[in-house]
Write a protein that binds this ligand. Structure first.
Ligand SMILES: [Zn+2]
Length: 452
């Protein structure tokens, strides 16, 4: 398997790196984040998602529990009624965080659970017991599904199970076996999926819209057009061919360090909350654009907090929300609505963001057909919603928060120094080299207090 730290980051895939790291932070906050990466073959979506398991901190579980029972919050049929003393007597163990895959040929029994044949055919002590399937065994970790559009097309029963798993947080899974009582278990599983919407049977939202809506964020992958990034990829494949041992030792060190950093960041920023004026902004989006899915705005709020934590900032900013809006809405609203939200209605301004994965989009955008956009595109902020924010939070002072925003989006500000330097979460040397400066917005607006 390719090393997460060695994978080249570029303008086409940077958002997926960020989003899987946000997914890991969310997992450490005990809230699953369901992520769907869409893109053509060869954009590296499955490679990045599979490699991300290397930087996931391990879990502590009750010794030998196939359901990964948290010793302080046991949930499985064998352990949920035990006292802390009884659990202490069994003992605990540290294991890799689960990262399990569901393939197209999987059967329901393998996915949910089935009768434990070994136990029931034990001649000395036959016992009817359940063997948890992939989903219950992935509790507190990730289920990865490649080509989810195909799975949704060919396996409606498995899709129904996924709808339950992803319907609430935590989700639930039912294990049904003839002759045994139905067991329903809570499962805290993040579903990560990948698909190529240009291949049969087409985009997931057209195959099974309900399943598509269960994904909190959809990341659209792109190819890089930067020769430097391509040269980096070539260097890496050459290093792999030469079997450079030093590189792999360094990689193991990096992965261990990243796991610790993820844990530290998640703990430090666990108490982050959305300031009222930003929450109101999200609420206004919902009303103004008549967004059908409440999950969409919940995803915007949660993902913006995760993005803020990933950037190791104490206070969520407008830029955190702007970054995640296209990821949360791309699969949930029609292109016209999204374009309206993302673009200024009258006078699209050049885009300054470097925070954006699709850094070159301000120029690309012009080449795009009308009504198209890329998920990395940072919106210009003057479509009326923002004026409402202004009215709402600044009436008393009579001072516009949009002066700095307007300057920012009119492209007059000089980009700041790269604030990601020395940032331990983004510790990849490649990442440091490739990441353009953080948004000026971050520098301009540090807290609600700055607006007053
Ligand atoms: Zn258990």
């Amino acid at each position: 398997m390719k090393s997460y730290m060695e994978l080249a980051r570029h303008d086409g895939n940077a958002t997926l790196f960020e989003v899987v790291e946000m997914g890991i932070i969310s997992m450490l906050w005990n809230i699953p984040l369901h992520i769907h990466a869409e893109g053509l073959r060869g954009t590296g979506k499955t490679t990045i998602m599979r490699a991300a398991r290397q930087i996931m901190p391990p879990i502590d579980r009750i010794k030998g529990c196939l359901y990964n029972c948290d010793p302080v919050n046991p949930h499985c049929p064998s352990h949920k009624h035990l006292s802390p003393e009884e659990i202490a007597a069994i003992g605990t163990e540290t294991v890799l965080r689960p990262f399990l895959e569901i393939s197209h040929s999987a059967k329901i029994g393998t996915i949910a659970g089935s009768i434990d044949l070994q136990k029931i055919t034990n001649t000395a002590n036959p016992e009817a017991a359940l063997l948890p399937g992939i989903i219950p065994q992935a509790h507190r970790g990730v289920i990865f599904i490649d080509e989810i559009n195909r799975l949704a097309d060919t396996s409606p029963e498995i899709t129904d199970i996924l709808l339950d798993v992803m319907g609430t947080k935590p989700g639930r899974v039912q294990i049904e076996e003839t002759g045994l009582p139905v067991v329903e278990l809570p499962v805290q599983v993040s579903v990560w999926a990948a698909s190529n919407p240009d291949e049969e049977p087409g985009p997931l939202q057209e195959i099974r819209r309900q399943l598509s809506d269960r994904f909190d964020l959809v990341v659209e992958m792109g190819r890089t057009t930067s020769p430097d990034a391509i040269a980096d990829i070539l260097i890496q494949s050459e290093q792999r061919r030469l079997g450079n041992k030093e590189v792999s030792v360094k990689t193991a060190d990096h992965s261990a360090r990243m796991q610790k950093e993820m844990d530290k960041v998640a703990k430090k920023f666990e108490k982050l909350s959305m300031p009222d004026f930003l929450r109101n902004y999200i609420a206004r989006l919902y009303v103004k654009y008549n967004l059908e899915s409440f999950r969409a705005i919940e995803a915007i709020q949660h993902a913006a907090l995760l993005h803020c934590a990933l950037r190791q900032r104490e206070q969520p900013l407008v830029s955190d929300i702007l970054k995640v809006i296209p990821l949360a809405l791309k699969h949930r609203v029609d292109m016209d609505t999204l374009t309206k939200i993302m673009n200024s209605s009258s006078d699209p301004k050049p885009v300054v963001s470097s925070d954006s994965p699709a850094m070159n989009l301000s120029s690309q955008q012009k080449k795009n057909k009308p009504g198209t956009f890329s998920s990395g595109y940072e919106p210009a902020v003057n479509d009326g919603i923002e004026t409402e924010i202004h009215d709402n939070s600044q009436q008393k002072e009579g001072k516009s928060i949009f002066q700095p925003l307007k300057q920012l989006f009119s492209g007059k500000q000089k980009p700041e120094e790269d604030t990601s330097q020395g940032d331990p979460v983004k510790a990849s040397p490649l990442n440091k080299a490739k990441r353009l400066p953080d948004m000026n917005l971050d520098e301009l607006i540090k807290s609600e207090g700055d607006f007053k």
